[in-house]
Design a protein around this ligand. Structure first.
Ligand code: NI
Length: 169
């Protein structure tokens, strides 16, 4: 947080399945795995392209976390399904050591492409919908604190959740 590249709009990917895109995805995957995140967006590693990855397998550290399929999502378009809003805790690898409560659409349709250019079109809810909204916000220069409404529910992870923090996005 504080790096101006996190506040820029990312550019669409124009060519799929290239060596450059494969290298970017490997870098994103390595970074996400090393930091134990639920997702990561290209601008978070300094690349201004519309590429996000996310996914949550069953993890003994987060026994209550819903699973989310491992996904590469490129050039995404999001559509809220209804106007129900849910609040939930989020963290971000670009805002280390902190968690905050963020309002998000409860139900969401997202469309885009995988790394080979195959279309993706899913309608999701809950934690899956939250992760996608969080990651895609990185592509329009938005960090989760910019979505918060109640700063009494923002703080240091180890103070808020001494035992088992919510997963980082
Ligand atoms: Ni994030």
């Amino acid at each position: 947080m504080g790096d101006p590249r996190l506040l820029e709009r990312a550019r669409p990917v124009e060519q799929f399945d290239t060596p450059e895109l494969r290298a970017l995805l490997a870098d994103l995957q390595d970074t996400m795995n090393a930091l134990n995140g639920a997702g990561l967006a290209a601008p978070q590693i300094g690349v201004g392209l519309q590429v996000v990855i996310f996914g949550v397998e069953h993890n003994p550290r987060y026994p209550d976390a819903e699973t989310v399929p491992q996904t590469v999502l490129i050039n995404p378009a999001l559509t809220a399904l209804g106007d129900e809003i849910e609040e939930g805790w989020e963290g971000c690898l670009s805002v280390p050591g902190m968690r905050g409560v963020v309002p998000r659409y409860a139900r969401l349709r997202y469309q885009g492409f995988d790394q080979y250019g195959n279309p993706i079109d899913r309608s999701v809810a809950g934690f899956h919908a939250r992760v996608v909204q969080h990651e895609c916000d990185h592509l329009i220069g938005v960090l989760y604190p910019m979505r918060m409404r109640d700063f009494s529910r923002f703080g240091y992870t180890d103070v808020l959740f001494p035992d088992s923090p919510p997963i980082d996005e």
